[in-house]
Write a protein that binds this ligand. Structure first.
Ligand code: NDP
Ligand code: 2IT
Length: 449
């Protein structure tokens, strides 16, 4: 995985491989950024001298800890949890917590690394961090989830704070988990410090439109990419992977903008509904009942469920990968293009493999990488922090407008930066360089820390 690196960047990448053995997702995320930074070092040789890139690749702090908890039958379980405080040049560490059995340090580091540049692109004062645990929430009762969250926070609280590190949700962590985490933080510290977590419920300091923000933002970004090509979402066929928080609200906004969403998925299979996905049904099954997506096809005649099906084989104009990393490979990318897909906007983090990205770019379709296209979630988290700091609560309409403005600006910034650095239309180059420059300039200004 070294092809395409500038000669000044290759040794930096080799060093990352050596210092972080076995963390393949982290290597992939670093490679994808370094691959695009060659022209930056030509224009700003001072960044090489002050070793800004080497410093960005090394987290400021990594916390790994034991989370013991008891299930409803009295059995004891031991999980491992992480918080990687990656970069605080632009503000307090900010980024979600992921609860999924696949979580290990390499996944949290890839997510934390991506988060640095994503947060920079929002133009809001947030640094980059990420956390999570190998805890599997599937099939666990509310009480079990609560006890796990309380145990995790009993250790993590000492590292957090509204000016220090502000977690939020990610896979397996939504308002329910944020509630248990916030309750325990409040109890231990004896402080109603709303700004220490985002993604809170509307009755206890949350922001309107935060739940919807990542999915909505991804669709706003897709619209901007289409607009730049004199196209729009109206009348387009859309396929979404996943059926969690990001996927559900991506489908909702796509439908509001006149698109027809014909397929989505979960980790067991896909559903295809030629009449268009009925969102209320998906929401009830996944958000309220927390059941499998296959139930949708049991209930609705026009829908077909395919166990282990490949959602990228369903023909579409626009694809919105919104489940997990490396869920769309080279073969899937080829299939999408063969079927006439013209745009891909990533709701998930790093869902497309390097081969997939190359195929999209060669074909000249609009491809919006996650760190730009899904930045609406964390941007709205920063708006939640703003509301908490001023003890205010904005309307849905106002918050959604701010989100849209932010996504339009991110698109513009990526588009113009790609142009300026000689890769017109390449949003990977645009996002990486625009995000990197903001962080690098702040790091220079703050001295060698
Ligand atoms: P959720 O837990 O709400 O939903 C995740 C969805 O993806 C579920 O449908 C899940 O299926 C599916 N999925 C998860 N892991 C896998 C896997 N290994 N293989 C196949 N399918 C899988 O998470 P979110 O919607 O919050 O997150 C989705 C993606 O978006 C992640 O990449 C996350 O990092 C990214 N993201 C999230 C943001 C947020 O604000 N929540 C912000 C920006 C990015 P099942 O139910 O079967 O597990
Ligand atoms: O990947 C992400 O940007 C998130 N999971 C949201 C982070 C946040 O702090 O809102």
């Amino acid at each position: 995985m070294t092809a395409g690196l500038d000669e000044k960047l290759e040794p930096i990448y080799q060093d990352v491989l050596k210092r972080n053995p076995g963390e393949k997702e982290f290597h992939q995320a670093v490679h994808e950024v370094l691959e695009t930074l060659g022209p930056v070092l030509v224009k700003y040789p001072e960044f090489a001298e002050s070793k800004i890139i080497q410093r960005i690749c090394e987290p400021e702090r990594q916390i790994i800890f034991r989370v013991p908890w008891q299930d409803d039958d009295g059995n004891i379980h031991i999980n491992r949890a992480f918080r990687v405080e990656f970069n605080s040049a632009l503000g307090p560490y900010k980024g979600g917590m992921r609860f999924h059995p696949s979580v290990y340090l390499g996944i949290i580091k890839f997510l934390g690394f991506e988060q640095i540049f994503k947060n920079a692109l929002t133009d809001l004062p947030i640094g980059g961090g990420k956390g999570g645990s190998d805890f599997d929430p599937k099939g666990r009762s509310d009480s079990e989830i609560m006890r796990f969250c309380q145990s995790l926070m009993t250790e993590l609280y000492r590292n957090l704070g509204e000016y220090t590190d502000v977690p939020a949700g990610d896979i397996g962590v939504s308002t329910r988990e944020i509630g248990y985490l916030f309750g325990q933080y409040k109890r231990i510290t004896n402080r109603y410090e709303s700004g220490v977590l985002t993604g809170k419920g509307l009755d206890w300091g949350g922001s309107r439109a935060r739940t919807e923000a990542t999915g909505y933002g991804t669709v706003f970004f897709a619209e901007e990419m289409l607009k730049a090509r004199d196209e729009s979402l109206d009348g387009k066929t859309v396929v979404v992977s996943g059926s969690g928080n990001v996927a559900i609200y991506a489908m909702q906004k796509a439908q509001q903008l006149g698109a027809k969403v014909v397929a989505c998925s979960d980790s067991s299979g896909i559903i295809v509904d030629d009449e268009g996905i009925e969102l209320d049904r998906v929401r009830r099954i996944k958000e309220v009942e927390r059941r499998r997506l296959s139930v949708y096809a049991d209930e609705k005649k026009s829908a077909k469920y395919v166990e282990d099906g490949n959602v990228w084989h369903v023909p579409c104009d626009v694809a919105l990968p919104s489940a997990t990393q490396n869920e769309l490979n080279g073969k899937d990318a080829k299939k999408l293009i063969e079927n006439g897909c013209i745009a891909v906007a990533e709701g998930a983090n790093m869902p497309t493999t390097p081969e997939g990205i190359q195929i999209f770019q060669k074909a000249g379709i609009a491809y919006g990488p996650g760190k730009a296209a899904n930045a609406g979630g964390v941007a709205t988290s920063a708006l939640e922090m703003q509301q908490n700091a001023s003890r205010d609560s904005w309307t849905f309409k106002h918050t959604e407008e701010r989100l849209r403005e932010i996504m339009v600006n991110i698109h513009k910034n990526c588009y113009e930066t790609a142009d300026e650095f000689g890769s017109p239309g390449n949003y990977v180059v645009g996002a990486n360089i625009a995000g990197f420059l903001r962080v690098a300039k702040a790091m220079e200004a703050l001295g060698l820390v």
